[in-house]
Design a protein around this ligand. Structure first.
Ligand code: HH2
Length: 258
């Protein structure tokens, strides 16, 4: 899943793709690099971000979704029902829902999937003092409850995401990455997003977002090896190469090769 933020303020690519032409060009580039899904977002959910008026968010994403949908599967990264509905109308077929509440929108639209993400609190305050007794157990329990509701409500395609960085300390993020097998064990396909995130900067000498490729790749490979079905990334070409390597079946004539 390639990230396409049509925002002025996303932590990594904010302001680069606010212009619809620039966003379309970047979306097509992600497709050319091998993205199976392009995730279009019109509201930053970085720590401390305040909520965007859904009408503004909708105006940002709808033209981009409509232009990309003929070329690739488009997901809409939103916590607002009106935005999800407008994006589906424009051709999106997956709701990437950081609020984990929008499954009824997917249930109403044929062929539309839903991704439930775990977040503690809201983007504005989630990193102030996140606390858990057992972060893996609590995230698994939350996702189990939400996916049960969605499945019973008639959503045919349900993904889960532990929400790396969404109300989590560095230690919480590492515990969730270590515990991915428990999330895979829920029986739904799993999505993980570590790309360029702050915990990588904290662990890698305060590297700025554009210098976090190695950490992003290392964590994406780790996630894939734990059984995760999709990774949400900014650097698609590099991640596709890593994914090909992880998924490689060794051909008989290569087994002898050094
Ligand atoms: N992370 C971000 C946004 N949406 N969706 C899912 N399913 N999983 C994630 O980990 C995830 C997500 C945050 O990253 P980004 O979109 O690059 O930044 P911003 O929120 O500042 O726009």
């Amino acid at each position: 899943m390639g990230v396409l933020n049509v925002t002025p303020d996303s932590f990594s690519d904010g302001g680069r793709f606010l212009d619809p032409e620039a966003a379309l060009a970047q979306g097509l580039r992600l497709v050319a690099e091998g993205a199976d899904v392009v995730d279009v977002g019109g509201e930053s959910t970085r720590p401390g971000a305040s909520e965007v008026d859904p009408a503004v968010e909708r105006a940002r994403v709808v033209p981009v979704v409509a232009a990309l949908a003929p070329h690739v599967r488009v997901s809409i990264d939103t916590r607002h029902r009106a935005v999800a509905e407008a994006a589906i109308e424009a051709g999106a077929t997956l709701i990437n829902d950081v609020s984990a509440t929008l499954w009824p929108v997917a249930a109403q639209a044929a062929g539309v999937g839903w991704i439930a993400l775990h977040m503690q609190g809201t983007p504005e305050t989630m990193q102030v003092d996140p606390r858990y007794d057992d972060v893996v157990g609590q995230v698994v329990a939350f996702l189990a409850e939400r996916t049960r509701a969605a499945t019973e409500g008639g959503v045919g395609e349900v993904w889960v995401d532990p929400g790396i960085g969404f109300g989590k300390t560095v230690a919480h993020n590492l515990a969730l990455l270590a515990g991915l097998r428990s999330i895979v064990g829920l029986g739904h396909p799993v999505l993980v997003g570590t790309s360029r995130k702050g915990f990588l900067g904290a662990l890698l000498g305060q590297a700025p977002p554009d210098d976090r490729l190695e950490g992003s790749l290392a964590t994406a490979v780790w996630a894939m090896c734990q059984g995760v079905g999709m990774v949400r990334v900014h650097d698609v070409a590099a991640t596709v190469q890593a994914a090909r390597l992880v998924g490689q079946e060794v051909e008989p004539d290569l087994q002898e090769a050094s």
